[in-house]
Write a protein that binds this ligand. Sequence first.
Ligand SMILES: *[C@@H]1O[C@H](CO)[C@@H](O)[C@H](O)[C@H]1NC(C)=O
Length: 240
Amino acid sequence: MLICCCFFPAIEIPCAAYVSQSGTPRVEWKFEKGSSIVLFYYDSKFTDPYQDRATYTPTGIRFTSVTRKDTGKYICEVLWTGSGGSGQLRKSEVDLIVQVPPSKPIAKVPTSVTIGNKAVLTCMETDGSPPPTFQWYRDNVLMPPNPKISEKFRNSSYTIDTKTGVLTIEPVTSFDTGDYFCEAQNNIGTAQKSEAVHLEATEVNVGGIVAAVVVLLIVLALVAFGIWFAYSRGFFSSKY
Ligand SMILES: *[C@@H]1O[C@H](CO)[C@@H](O)[C@H](O)[C@H]1NC(C)=O
């Protein structure tokens, strides 16, 4: 188990399986994360995404920088071959946990939503390791997971996915108008808040629809008048 490293993102991952003997060692490194295993060092070479940021030494590999994607298990396999080599495969593992506090998240909030529609608000943060969980605030008040048991939010209908940071308000009512911001937190360093964005729940725009219909009728009347005018001046009649 090796934990690293917000402020000094360089790290060396030791290979305990490497015990010097005579002969020629063949060393391979694998990275295991969830169900995927990637062979990233073999034939004395790193594979592509690693060669720019990792260096090899017999006793371990050194990363110049790591991110949360590098959290996982590192397996080193050493096989001594040739004269004097034991011919025996030795293996060692290191669990790397990269710890990075969240950076300031970005809240995507629709600025205007028609009452009765659905509003989807998202919160984005990509640095924190382990990945942060998310909370939402409206007008500086923390939004509880269940609005119905809250005095302040019981007129709202929403769900919050704390893992993805998605806040879904459905249906939007006039009570949902307010300033929204989200917060990302992973227990490393301090929680980070996004900028607040104002969401306005708007009535169906009846005035706008009426105005559009009136404009359309005026345009149609002008076109009809133009055609009548052209006819009356004989523009369409045959000149022969
Ligand atoms: C919720 O709705 C009721 C009825 O319209 C209203 O009296 C009350 O003030 C609302 N509560 C909040 C917190 O807005």
